[in-house]
Design a protein around this ligand. Structure first.
Ligand code: CUA
Length: 153
């Protein structure tokens, strides 16, 4: 008898949670906050800013540089980049194929790159050195070989 009551309580909770998520996602259109901009994953190379991966100086914005990345199994473009010490940089990244990670080791930059979405993070590199960008989402047989370097000078 008691088990039956708990089973009903459990199932009711599950239904309530799923309904809440469903309404939030499909009816209210909620999405993860990092995924506000979209890009056509099949034409990434032809779309701004991904037609020119790498570091670009910008004027009239709250940041000094834009650092554009295109991820693809199993590499990042650019594979290596030099960033001036103390520069405020907006990292803009996407992926051409599957979900990849974008973690800059030793910093608090840690993004998920999803096909069709643009991930962004603005940061200031205040410490000189070499930083390793690594993929922290399993993306296939070459996942552990997927990395890029940021040199802060
Ligand atoms: Cu890309 Cu793991």
């Amino acid at each position: 008898k008691l088990e039956k009551i708990w089973l009903i309580v459990g199932v009711s909770c599950l239904v309530l949670f799923l309904t809440t998520i469903g309404v939030s996602a499909f009816y209210l259109g909620n999405k993860p906050p990092s995924c506000l901009t979209t890009v056509d994953p099949d034409k990434v190379d032809q779309q701004k800013p991904f037609d020119k991966p790498g570091l670009h100086k910008v004027e009239g914005k709250d940041w000094d540089y834009e650092l554009v990345y295109v991820a693809q199994a199993f590499s990042y473009n650019p594979a290596q980049v030099k960033v001036p010490l103390g520069a405020k940089v907006k990292v803009i990244a996407t992926t051409k194929d599957v979900i990849h990670g974008f973690e800059v080791a030793g910093t608090n930059i840690n993004m998920m790159l999803e096909p069709g979405y643009v991930s962004e993070y603005t940061t200031t590199f205040n410490k000189a050195g070499e930083y390793l960008v690594v993929c922290n989402e399993y993306c296939g047989s070459g996942h552990h070989l997927m990395f890029s370097k940021i040199e802060v000078v």
